[in-house]
Design a binder for this molecule. Sequence first.
Ligand code: FES
Length: 87
Amino acid sequence: AFTLEARRSGVTVLVPEGRSAAQVLMDAGVAVPLSCEQGICGTCLVAVIEGVPEHRDEYQTDEEKAANTHMTPCCSRARSARLVLDL
Ligand code: FES
């Protein structure tokens, strides 16, 4: 599990194993743009403000993933205990 803050929304949630970051955020009332929910389309791509994502998408290039400036909350998770997103 990891702590996830949607800074613009002022919402912080705990994302447990087995649930996606996007689903937990939406349950908390945060609007997350979604389409494929499989890490392919890039619809959900969002800027990372703090923390290190664990990329599980196939949308970003290896270089983009290594930069850790954006992540796909439909399928990606966090390597750090806390992740802050521009949502
Ligand atoms: Fe398609 Fe996240 S919804 S990559």
